[in-house]
Unconditional design. Sequence first.
Length: 345
Amino acid sequence: EVPSLAERYKKSFDIGAAVEPSMLEGTNGAMLNRHYNSIVAENVMKPISIQPEEGKFNFEEADKIVKFAKENDMELRFHTLIWHSQVPDWFFMDKEGNPMVDETDPKQREKNKKLLLKRLETHVKTIVKRYKNDVSSWDVVNEVVDDSGELRNSPWYQITGTDYIKVAFETADRFAAKDAKLFINDYNTEVEPKRSTLYNLVKEMVEAGVPIDGVGHQAHIQIGWPSLQEIEDSINMFAALGLDNQITELDVSLYGWPPENAFPTYDKIPASEFERQAVRYDALFNLYERLGDKISSVTFWGIADNHTWLNDRAEQYSGVGVDAPFVFDVNYNTKPAYWAIIDEE
Ligand code: XIL
């Protein structure tokens, strides 16, 4: 058996993986036990899974992951309490069944805002109470800034302004375990203009007393992008605010954006691609380890190359194609990237 990733980075940070409930057994289960000491749900803890209809909570799938984490003594990240995507429409419908975002009457808009914040509170409170003793890190809000550096113009924002962010953190804080950490999670946290917008938002909120403990950097990155300097600067910026950093959804795509000319099948990917990727992983984990006191967890958005959401994107943009973002291949064997990150001192 090859050395454990979690063991290798024990002194610096946890090593996590995103999973579906179907990925807790067989080889996946064995991989989780050997290489990871933290897990997160890839989908089943999102609003649409947990509260598909108002008041009808569905914890069945989420519970499976919670149980696995407990039984195997792993940290559990919760992803995600609030998001604009994978959220059911009922949240944003008024009592008459009309979309709240269309309301123009100021009085009615005020009522709608109250109703939405009440729904948010119920959602957050119900979940956080249930998993209080199981979750060590909560993604409280996800992707509240857009790529152009504006606050994301989601229904949440259109109806409540930034109050939904504030209320989400305050409610989570009220019911979460004292030592649990509350995160604001996003992608492209390394690059401008998004990085500064996120920084200013977080700074303002922290100064106003909103209980944010850390920034989750999704890190859906590529072999050549973003630069190591940008990654380092971003971690340092948020750490300077007194905040924790977690890498929450790491994958290193072989492709640029959009992923055009993807390799059609896994066996068509040349070995040189895996070597190029290993160089990137080597530099990345060197950096993470150097910044280890500012990073408490590094989570991959999957376990091995046989299951990655990036395949959907490669296929979407190339017609056919696969990506290969992890350090284990489609058969769970070690890739050059694994040896690159296990070796370092
Ligand atoms: C993705 C999942 O991996 C897919 O299975 C699903 O179809 C869509 O969502 N940012 C996030 C994650 O915060 O929740 C997303 O996960 C990937 C991008």
